[in-house]
Design a protein around this ligand. Structure first.
Ligand code: NI
Length: 383
C-alpha cells in the first residue's frame, strides 16, 4: 500500500507550481488567483472539488465511503517585502510567502494527485483542504463552519520548520504550538503642564506600572511547571517634553500552552487593570482579542505520524512545543489528529524577509502525506 513513487513529469509540474505560487503571493482572504491555480490543477487531474460558500481557498475530495480523513494545507502570504536569495522571487510588491504556505499548498496538492492515481484502492475518502487566511487566524474557523469536518475521523496538517534540518519530521503528543492572545490597553487620565502634575493625572505613570506588574504574571504568579510568554510590544503616548498627556496606549501578546493557564492569565490581567484603575483613579480599557488555542496533538496519531515519517524515509523527531500560533487547532477541537513540522532547513526564521523553504523537501513531503493518510484510513478501519 505504501510503495508510492512519483513520475518525473509530476515532480517537474509540482516544482514549477511551487515556484509559481511563490512568485505570486496573495494576502489573507485575497487568495483569488492562488485558489484558481489550485483549482486548475485539481481539474486537470479530474479531482472533485466541493461546492462550499467560501470566497477563497478550496476543498477537494478523493475516494468514496467511510472513513473520512481530513488533510489540511494553508495558502496565504504575508505583508513582507521579499529579500530571499531565490530565482523565483515574489513579483508582488510588499507581499511574500515568508511562512512557506506555498510549500504546504504544493506538497498537499501533490498528495491529492498521488491519491487520485490510487483512488480505486483507497479504503475510504480523503478531504483535502487548501485553507485561506491562516495568518489572520480566521480561515480554519470558516472552513469548520462550512462543514469540512463532517464525518471526519482524523485530521492531519503540516507546517515547515526552518529550525529543523531537511529530512526531519517533528511531532509530539499534546500541545505543539501556543494559544495566542492579543491585548490592547487604552488609559484615559488627565493631562496637565509638566510643571504642575498635581493638577492632572499622569497616564505615563500608570502605563509604567502596567508594564512592571504584567511582568510579574509569568515570573511570580505561574508555577514552575506552567509555561507562558507575555510580551508588551508597543506603547504610545505624549507629544512633547513639557506636557503630561491625557492618554496612553499599550499593546502586546500572551502565549500559553493549556486552556487553564491561558484563562488564568487573562483573569489576572483584568484584575491588575481594575486594581490600577482604582489606585490611580483613571479609566483603563482592555481590548482582549483571543486567537487560536494550542495545536493539541492526539497521542496515538502523533506517534502514527512519526512512525510513518520513518517508513517514508524521514528522520522522525519528538520536538518541543513552539510559541507560534496556528489555527489548525480549531479543527482539533472537533476531531483528533496530528500536526507535523517538516524540517525546511533555515537559516532564516519564519516571517523573515530572507526566509526560504529548501525545495528538496517538496516531493518527499507529498509522498509522506499520501502514505500517512492511506495508512490512517486502514488504521481506522482495523480499529
Ligand atoms: Ni504559517
Amino acid at each position: 500500500m505504501t510503495n508510492l513513487n512519483m513520475p518525473e513529469m509530476l515532480k517537474t509540474q509540482l516544482t514549477d507550481f511551487f515556484y509559481e505560487l511563490h512568485r505570486t503571493p496573495e494576502l489573507s482572504n485575497q487568495e483569488f488567483h492562488t485558489t484558481q491555480k489550485i483549482k486548475d490543477v485539481l481539474t486537470q487531474y479530474d479531482i472533485r472539488i466541493l461546492d462550499l460558500p467560501i470566497k477563497t481557498g478550496l476543498v477537494a475530495e478523493i475516494g468514496h465511503g467511510e472513513p473520512t480523513i481530513v488533510l489540511r494545507s494553508d495558502i496565504d502570504a504575508l505583508p513582507i517585502t521579499e529579500q530571499a536569495d531565490v530565482a523565483y522571487v515574489s513579483e508582488h510588491q510588499g507581499v511574500m510567502h515568508a511562512c512557506g504556505h506555498d510549500f504546504h499548498a504544493t506538497a498537499v496538492l501533490g498528495t491529492a494527485i498521488l491519491l487520485k492515481q490510487q483512488e480505486s484502492t483507497l479504503q475510504g475518502k480523503v478531504r483535502i483542504l487548501f485553507q485561506a487566511a491562516e495568518e489572520v487566524g480566521t480561515g480554519a474557523a470558516e472552513l469548520v463552519q462550512a462543514g469540512v469536518l463532517e464525518q471526519a475521523q482524523a485530521v492531519f496538517g503540516i507546517h515547515n520548520d526552518p529550525t529543523l534540518e531537511v529530512g526531519v519530521v517533528g511531532c509530539k503528543a499534546g500541545a505543539l504550538t501556543a494559544g495566542v492572545d492579543r491585548f490592547a490597553i487604552h488609559i484615559q487620565a488627565k493631562g496637565t503642564h509638566a510643571a504642575r502634575p498635581q493638577d492632572g493625572n499622569d497616564p505615563l505613570l500608570i502605563l509604567a506600572n502596567i508594564i512592571n506588574i504584567f511582568q510579574t504574571i509569568v515570573s511570580r504568579r505561574l508555577s514552575s511547571d506552567e509555561n507562558a510568554v507575555l510580551s508588551i510590544t508597543q506603547v504610545h503616548s505624549g507629544s512633547t517634553w513639557n506636557i503630561i498627556p491625557d492618554t496612553a496606549f499599550l499593546e502586546g501578546t500572551v502565549r500559553s500552552f493549556d486552556a487553564e493557564t491561558r484563562q488564568r492569565i487573562e483573569q489576572q490581567i483584568r484584575q491588575i487593570l481594575e486594581g490600577l484603575a482604582t489606585t490611580f483613579n483613571a479609566k483603563i480599557d482592555l481590548d482582549w482579542q483571543p486567537g487560536p488555542p494550542s495545536v493539541m496533538n492526539d497521542e496515538k496519531w502523533a506517534q502514527f505520524a512519526l512512525d510513518t515519517a520513518q517508513k517514508s524515509g524521514f528522520e522522525p523527531r519528538v520536538v518541543k512545543a513552539s510559541p507560534i500560533g496556528e489555527d489548525f487547532s480549531y479543527y482539533q477541537e472537533q476531531v483528533n489528529g496530528a500536526f507535523m513540522m517538516i524540517g525546511s532547513g533555515g537559516p532564516f526564521p519564519l516571517h523573515h524577509p530572507k526566509f526560504k523553504v529548501d525545495e528538496r523537501i517538496l516531493i518527499p513531503t507529498s509522498l509522506y502525506l499520501a502514505t500517512l493518510v492511506q495508512d490512517a484510513l486502514i488504521e481506522i478501519q482495523d480499529s
